[in-house]
Design a protein around this ligand. Sequence first.
Ligand code: NAI
Length: 501
Amino acid sequence: MASLRIAVAPGDGIGPEIMDATLDVFRAAGVDKAGGGVEFVTVEAGASEFAKGNSRGLTDAAVKEIESGGILFKGPMETPKGGGGKSINVTLRKLFSTYANLRTFRTLPGVETLWSRAGVPIDMVVVRENIEDTYGGVEHRLTNDMVQCKRLISAPGSEQIHRFAFKTAESLGIKKVHCGHKANIMKMTDGLFLERFRTIAAAEFPGIEAADVIVDALCMNLVVNPTQYRMLVLPNLQGDIVSDLCAGLVGGLGFAPSANIGKHISIFEAVHGTAPDIAGKGIANPTSLILSGLMLLRHVRLVSHAAAIENALLATLESGVHTGDFNKSSPKPAVNTAGFVRAIKDNLGKAPTTVPAVKVAEGATGAAIASRPARPTEPEVIRTFANVRSKVVGCDVYLDSAQRPTDLAEGLNRLTEGSPLKLTLISNRGTQVWPTGSVYTECVDYYRVRFEPRDRSAAAGVDQPSCLQLLMHLAEKFTICSYELLREFDGVRGYSLAQGQ
Ligand code: NAI
């Protein structure tokens, strides 16, 4: 039996074509015979599973294989837009807590871009948080006119990703890491992400410079002068968008590899999708999946095999061999996937001449090592701030109502007479509309109404039960969509103010 088993899910659309191509190159380079032997085990996941009515999109046998080997190598998988099943790609990342998405963007020889034509080489790493943020996919229809997606950012989740980024920077010799964020607007969520970045940097990685940049400015800077960044770490959604922008700088999604790294399980995949427009034609570009496979090989310490394949790929690109999706103005005709793979296999043992060849680090054995922490017996609870004293100081209630703010306030005041809590604020889409506000603020049928202690003496009686009693009164006349306790943590306000408050 092989010493290392790697689960392979070929995926949908062009997935099987580019996976076959990649494994063909790997075998030609002797990956399957490395160390005690590497076995690629095909597992079932993706559109074919959804079609069978399996709403998770992957079989129990696939889960077992991935858990036992700790690695999944996957092709792109289809996700319906708008309605339909959950994204299998996101499910896989979340199910196995692959909290860090690592993508590298490098100018490749023979791949024409605006920047390569300008003679500016790009070499950048993006680390994207992979589990939290809006990708929790916690969404609800709240009223006739309002839907919601919850954005969740945790302290331990942020710490994990920042620690991963700094450690990766150390291993790659990167001296400066930028945290991209929108903490000027989302002061609590992005604020926490940024605060943990600064804390981890100062406490654990004093040798690396930690800087931050607001994500909109970051996007402009990346387009104007990308070389000022070496490594970026971002929350999930912003990281998703910024990493595609970076892919554009080096020739598009076809050249961007991606690794999803977790404590126990890691997933390696191409960044692009299933390319339904060219699926089945045998013309897809396998570069992104091959580069992702190289990240996999390095993850299991097969560094000499990775170096040999990377050098052959670079030599192939450098020689002008290309598939139809890039270098469209090249005088050389495009080759198909099989032709591209043949060229890489022919170049095994060769090195590129216009860019430095990839060297194998000294001491690299070329033997597969797959060391992992022991399997947990149940899901682990990860914590950062365990000893904080919190106190309830009121509650925000979210109502389905199409009333005008003053009418709403009158009704709420009537209903809550005699409660230790009184109405202090009404906001709509985050903007205060009562007790003061602008007549120009348009409202929709979903209000936040804030209740706080009626007076100082009532403050002592405010706790979770008194808030729930208040909700019971409100429920007599209103549809309550949800509520949030207002709490202070170690005396610090744990909720935002309304715009205009
Ligand atoms: P896409 O990346 O599949 O295609 C965009 C364009 O790029 C198309 O014109 C396509 O032909 C081209 N393209 C992509 N990869 C290529 C390759 N290797 N060689 C040559 N041309 C290539 O993006 P799209 O059309 O938005 O998504 C299609 C499906 O893929 C959707 O169901 C989407 O949800 C899924 N998807 C899956 C991902 C994953 O599995 N990680 C990532 C992104 C999308």
